[in-house]
Design a protein around this ligand. Structure first.
Ligand SMILES: CC(C)(COP(=O)(O)OP(=O)(O)OC[C@H]1O[C@@H](n2cnc3c(N)ncnc32)[C@H](O)[C@@H]1OP(=O)(O)O)[C@@H](O)C(=O)NCCC(=O)NCCS
Length: 355
């Protein structure tokens, strides 16, 4: 079989969604996530993003796809051009024929053309095919990371009504400085200016200033956290439940008759979620106060979970600690493109749009 790779065009949207739909993830049950309505929304979050499609040379039929972007990010405190790729899908009929390997090579060719010196991906630690694929392509495991989903089911005792408000354009400068200070010394963080911060808000579908909360103390902004409704860009649906989940569901349904309890989503139900981004704070208590506000907003809007991503023992993971949570373990894999650029021993910043 011979294949060629081309850039996706808008007419490929349905085909790309069908590749994505055919893949499902999860332990104790499975979910399917489909970029909707625009498959390519995530590439547009970055200035230089692309979706590639691998097609059969014989009949031009698409067999697989991959998305990628080049951006500036800090590595060992130095601004570096890096390539990030995601959503590798090969249609079930064409797996184990070298489609994904060819897509990775194409993605890396794009990175090199753009001058990027490091490539990285996040992989769920349960995704053995994907781990084998990237290891075969020369990527090495750098670090374990955590995406933590705190289930929303009861009101938090938020008492910060008076000094919590949503972001306004005049805050952009102060808030971007706060976020930069929070993630200083983290690999893969891209520092903001007021202008780039405003642009980053605009690029994410359905995200606006009204979704970003700031906490003021003595006339200064002490913390900020945004809550992006990911359902505006990705529809995540439960496909199946394992035995453990079914039992948990029955227990919670019974207990809910007496006290607030979260729900276990059943097959066919849509999982709504707020992604916490961007995050900036000086003191953890201020971050916690904003998370209470976001908890209560999520509850009033019927949002199922709020999700943050970070290193396993980072403050944001601690703040989302709850008896009712779902932890997804991620692995950061990276590959030097110039033979010398590597991630450092610094902690890693995880942009929650990227996972
Ligand atoms: C992961 C995935 C993209 C691989 O696509 P593919 O086109 O079948 O991969 P390739 O044929 O290029 O495989 C290249 C290498 O990857 C590894 N690999 C791929 N699938 C594998 C599997 N099921 N089990 C173990 N290793 C696997 C092997 O090392 C393989 O080389 P080999 O066939 O010579 O042994 C595909 O299985 C898929 O679409 N999965 C569902 C979606 C997904 O998990 N995407 C990745 C995260 S976004």
């Amino acid at each position: 079989m011979k294949l060629y790779i081309r850039e996706a065009v808008s007419g490929d949207n349905d085909m790309l969604q069908s590749f994505q739909k055919a893949a499902s993830y999860g332990e104790g049950g499975s979910v399917s996530s489909v970029n909707h309505p625009d498959y390519s929304w995530r590439t547009k979050v970055y200035e230089r993003g692309k979706v590639f499609m691998a097609c059969d040379e014989a009949d031009n039929h698409p067999m697989g796809s991959a998305s990628c972007a080049v951006k500036s990010a800090n590595i060992n405190d130095l601004s570096t051009l890096v390539g990030y790729s995601w959503n590798y899908y090969t249609s079930p009929d064409h797996r184990r024929k070298g489609v994904a390997i060819a897509l990775i090579a194409k993605v890396e060719e794009f990175y090199r053309q753009q001058g990027a010196s490091l490539a990285y991906v996040y992989i769920m630690d349960s995704n053995a095919p994907s781990i084998a694929l990237f290891e075969k392509s020369g990527y090495s495991r750098h670090k374990a990371l955590l995406a933590r989903y705190k289930l929303i089911y009861r009101k938090s005792d938020s008492n910060d009504k008076n000094n919590v408000r949503t972001l306004v354009p005049n805050d952009l400068d102060e808030v971007s400085r706060l976020i930069n200070a929070t993630w200083e010394g983290h690999d893969l963080f891209t520092p903001y200016s007021a202008t780039s911060f405003a642009a980053s808000i605009e690029r994410v579908p359905g995200f606006s200033y009204d979704d970003i909360y700031v906490l003021e103390k003595d006339g200064r902004i002490a913390a900020c956290v945004g809550c992006w409704d990911r359902g505006k860009a990705v529809r995540t649906t439960v496909k199946s439940m394992g035995t453990k989940m079914r039992i948990a569901s029955m227990v919670l349904d019974a207990t809910r008759l007496f006290t607030p309890m979260p729900k276990v989503l059943k097959p066919g139900e849509v999982m709504t979620q707020y992604r916490l981004m961007p995050v900036g704070y000086k003191h953890l208590d201020d971050l916690k106060a904003l998370l209470k506000t976001i908890n209560n907003r999520a509850l009033s809007k019927g949002i199922y979970a709020i999700c943050g991503a970070s290193e396993n023992d980072a403050p944001i993971a601690h703040c989302l600690q709850s008896m009712f949570r779902n932890d997804v373990n991620l692995l950061l894999y990276a590959k030097s493109l110039d033979g010398s650029t590597r991630l450092s021993d610094n902690p890693v910043y995880v942009d929650v749009v990227d996972i």
